[in-house]
Design a protein around this ligand. Structure first.
Ligand SMILES: [Mn+2]
Length: 194
């Protein structure tokens, strides 16, 4: 069984983030200072069976925006480095996950081209203290840094917490599938490169 561990550190005047990611599994320890964000990131990695140690601190007194966006950047950077360090991956995944009345869908292509289609119409603007609009910034940063196409669709739901949680569970499972190693390190493109 493989163990593809990658460590990424990123420190700016706005945020200070350290991440260890292992797509082949491991323990999960996530602390961002934003309890709802911790909750959905934990759901994502638990259901994706992804090992993660994430410590993120930022200028929350300004706006949690920087921290959420930069966490997406660091996670995306680690995913990109997983490919360059450990070899070619399967590329595609499509997952659909319910949570009670909510249904969310993620479609991924780890293709070297960042593109985000994001469609989630949250009925409540906040879950706890967390502003739902920030999640689009996370997905945009993740797509850019990992150079991956993401279609994130929350198809329906009445409860913003359920919608976001199902979306992140779908993301975790899709990451797990699309980043599976290919057999004999074959590049999954008819062009011969991504
Ligand atoms: Mn929950």
């Amino acid at each position: 069984m493989s163990s593809r561990e990658i460590a990424v550190q990123r420190k700016t005047k706005e945020t200070d983030i350290s991440l260890t990611l292992n797509l082949d599994g491991g323990t999960i320890d996530i602390s961002t200072g934003l309890p709802f964000f911790d909750h959905i990131l934990t759901a994502m990695t638990f259901h994706g069976e992804i090992g993660v140690n994430l410590k993120a601190r930022g200028d929350l007194e300004v706006d949690p925006h920087h921290l959420v966006e930069d966490t997406g950047l660091v996670l995306g950077t680690a995913l990109g480095q997983t490919v360059t360090t450990y070899g070619a991956v399967k590329r595609f995944a499509h997952t659909v996950i319910p949570m009670d009345e909510a249904l969310s869908e993620i479609t991924l292509d780890v293709c070297g081209r960042p593109y985000l289609v994001y469609d989630a119409d949250y009925p409540q603007e906040y879950s706890g203290q967390f502003q739902m609009a920030l999640l689009k910034e996370f997905f945009a940063a993740l797509s850019n840094a990992a150079e991956m196409t993401i279609h994130a669709n929350c198809r329906y739901g009445d409860n913003s917490h359920h919608m976001a949680e199902s979306l992140f569970k779908a993301l975790g499972k899709a990451i797990k599938i699309s980043y599976n190693l290919t057999s004999s390190e074959k590049i999954m493109s008819t062009k011969g490169r991504l």
